[in-house]
Design a protein around this ligand. Sequence first.
Ligand code: CO
Length: 136
Amino acid sequence: MISNIDHIAIAVHDLDQALERFKALTGATEEQIRLDEVPAEKVRVAFIRIGNSKIELMEPLDPTSPVARFLEKRGEGLHHIALETKDLDAEIARTAKEKLLPLSEPSEGAGNKKIVFFNPKDTGRVLVEFVQKNQE
Ligand code: CO
């Protein structure tokens, strides 16, 4: 079951600047904000917690990052939407019946989570991520 919108991710050129902008927009305090790096994606990220969801700001760490290529092609803006599940394998099996297959095997995302992405060509040009949190 998909139980929550885990996060909405936005690609940005300058993380510090974007974070200031979103702090101004949302009134988020430091306790709501977590900074992290995802070496696999070569990005620096900031998560702003809002209720049960987060806004994730992603800045590429080098030009070979997929996010750098995204910024080149499409500019700053919505990068992906992440939906939370407690059972990633079950959700992959469910979507496979709908002929929607993830782009790859589950991998490790930011904050020690198991994630997959679906091909935006199959999902109305919006990159969709499924997230399963490890036991907290
Ligand atoms: Co994400």
